[in-house]
Design a protein around this ligand. Structure first.
Ligand code: FAD
Length: 577
């Protein structure tokens, strides 16, 4: 496979021309960081992942293995993790108040994309740390922070996220792991957690398990869950590691992809844990981690799609097969109309995904603004789009990795070119961190219905403003995408109102949830293309021609699907019964 080239220029374009980066930087860093500084970080992130990318294939081939009760990672992983941690990248987005670099998510997302594209399985280890750091920052327990946070930022200790049990997958309320209080204020945890990513390994000296468990006498269901920090090695007061805790990695899963990421069955046999946050409010604390991970998983979908797109582009530029209609003899397959369609579908999809992910990160950042009105509207937009980013980016990314195999023909299906690994790795993204259905249920059941569509309709209003601005430009492609976007806005507005009208028929609403979420993804992608096109036309960016072609293609090939999905949403459960 062609060497991975981190798309630094795309971030330069987005951060300077499309996203309100200045506003984000002033909200999060009080203006201490300029856009130029942010781009230095993005450049740095691109360099650090290059050697890690070279370990991706070996990680896939050898995988992590369980040996004498301990997980052994593939060759090169320990050294790569040590050097990544030494570079200070783990604490990039952690707030300065807990010792992090305090970089806005709008910037740190570039580092996440590059690392996940370079080596998805490896990336999950440091990324779990950064998600866990968000919990420690939110709960802000000074005693716990003093012991755990510095070691996690330095990468000496890594974190896990533990919800799943054999009977509790999507249904977290079925969790049975119990935590019994001890006289000294600690807790003893017993139970089994399954499918735990990086639940054991040899990259760091200690592992911090963040475990959802039930306390005696707690209310049944979600309200009875509390969150515990359960270290593999119990820390001494000076922060060094001491006695081994009663935690065991019993087995590793054999799985389709991300072979280097150990997926562990973890047994707790009276293990000592420490409550983090308040009792019975564990899910709320875990949601801080889950929200960070949902954005991160969407970015995994984007990252692997970008890598697949790069591989397909390079292969199609070299491979000669048959006479290309209307071109000279020996023209490579990239010029066959259908291969061109596949490549543009991948490229315009990736551009839409990236812009939407960065924009959502910007809304998350702006939701912390001191200006109350900015914070409120940004928080509403972030809430609305977070499930869309998780589900639509991972589903679209999966399709793009499959298209990359199609471009390679048989060479894509065999392992030699490496694109098969990308498809295998990407298949988990729409499953973990809440399946696509879970995200869609959250979107319709929690976000749209809770405020009777107010935030959804406000977002559609913003899209309409972009349509008007595009029409004003007078450029033929701008006018064309504006018209398609305007039709899409009308379809999604109607679909939203229809769903709200079905309050008495919840099965009908949830039957339409995933297609409805896809409508949001497709339309938001078109909105992002409209904004990128406008910036390119107005600013004379060097990528102007590419932006024009991608926006036009996206309008015809992606936005045209909205009408079909609107039909599916309207049908609801009628055709499923
Ligand atoms: C490689 C890997 C790594 C993982 N890492 C972690 C980790 O680090 N920590 C952790 O806690 N877990 C982890 N998981 C678990 C993962 O989050 C779960 O697999 C996922 O939440 C789905 O749960 P389940 O497998 O039990 O499927 P189920 O919940 O049984 O779902 C099966 C199907 O039913 C659908 N479904 C279920 N309920 C509903 C509903 N209410 N509405 C509509 N559809 C529904 C689902 O969408 C899915 O299509 C990992 C899993 C894998 C495979």
């Amino acid at each position: 496979m062609t060497a991975y080239e981190p798309p630094v220029k795309d971030y330069d374009f987005l951060l300077r021309n499309v996203i309100a980066t200045d506003e984000v930087l002033s909200a999060v860093t009080a203006g201490d960081v300029s856009v130029d500084d942010a781009m230095d970080v993005v450049e740095g992130a691109s360099s650090v992942v290059r050697p890690i990318a070279e370990l991706s294939a070996i990680g896939d081939r050898i995988g992590s293995r369980l040996k004498d009760g301990t997980v052994v990672t593939p060759p090169g992983f320990r050294e790569a993790f040590a050097s990544y941690a030494e570079g200070g990248w783990i604490g990039l987005a952690a707030p300065e108040s807990i010792g992090g670099a305090g970089m806005p998510r709008t910037i740190a997302i570039a580092s996440d994309e590059f690392l996940s594209a370079a080596n998805t399985a490896f990336a999950m280890a440091p990324q779990l740390n950064s998600y866990a750091l968000a919990v420690f920052a939110a709960v802000n327990d000074s005693e716990l922070n003093a012991i755990y946070v510095p070691a996690m930022i330095a990468g000496r200790w890594t974190a896990t996220m533990e919800l799943t049990e054999p009977q509790a997958g999507t249904d977290v309320s079925a969790i049975r792991t119990v935590a019994k209080p001890q006289d000294d204020g600690t807790w003893l945890l017993s139970g089994q957690k399954m499918f735990i990513s990086w639940g054991d390994h040899d990259l760091a000296e200690n592992i911090i398990h963040l475990v959802l468990a039930r306390t005696p006498g707690a209310p049944v269901g979600l309200a009875g869950l509390s969150l515990f920090v359960v270290p593999k090695l119990l820390p001494r007061p000076d922060g060094s590691v001491g006695e081994r805790n009663a935690i065991q990695c019993v087995s590793l899963e054999h799985k389709l992809g991300i072979h280097a990421s150990p997926t562990c069955l973890i047994d707790y046999d009276g293990a000592t844990g420490f409550l983090i946050g308040e009792p019975h409010r564990g899910l709320q604390a875990m949601f801080v981690m889950m929200n960070a991970a949902r954005l991160g998983t969407g970015v995994q979908g984007l990252a692997v799609a970008e890598r697949a797109y790069q591989a397909a582009t390079a292969y199609a530029a070299e491979r000669v097969q048959g006479q290309v209609i209307g071109r000279e003899l020996d023209t490579p397959i990239a010029e066959h109309p259908d291969v061109r369609r596949l490549l543009l579908s991948m490229g315009s999809g990736v551009s839409a995904m990236r812009a939407l992910a960065v924009q959502t990160a910007a809304w998350l950042d702006l939701s912390t603004s001191e200006q109350a009105s900015t914070a409120k509207s940004a928080a509403a937009l972030a809430q609305l789009f977070l499930p869309v980013v998780k589900a639509w980016l991972t589903e679209t990314g999966l399709q793009i990795t499959s298209d990359a195999i199609q471009v390679h023909g048989g060479m894509g299906y065999v392992e030699e070119t490496g694109v098969a690994q990308l498809l295998r790795d990407a298949r988990i993204f729409p499953i973990y961190e809440g399946t696509t259905a879970v995200q869609a249920n959250h979107l319709v059941g929690r976000i749209v219905s809770r405020d009777r569509g107010a935030s959804a309709l406000a977002a559609l209003e913003l899209m309409s403003e972009t349509c008007w601005e595009l029409s004003e430009l007078g450029h033929r492609v701008a006018v064309r995408i504006a018209s398609r976007l305007e039709s899409g806005v009308a379809l999604l507005r109607q679909a939203t109102l229809d769903l709200l009208d079905r309050g008495e028929r919840p099965r009908d609403v949830f039957a339409a949830a995933v297609p409805y979420l896809h409508m949001w993804g497709l339309l938001a992608g078109g909105w992002m293309h409209g904004r990128m096109l406008r910036a390119a036309l107005e600013g004379g960016d060097t990528s102007r021609e590419r932006r024009i072609v991608e926006a036009d293609f996206y309008g015809v090939h992606y936005l045209s699907r909205l009408a079909g999905l609107a039909d599916v949403v309207a049908a609801g459960e009628t055709v499923l019964a």
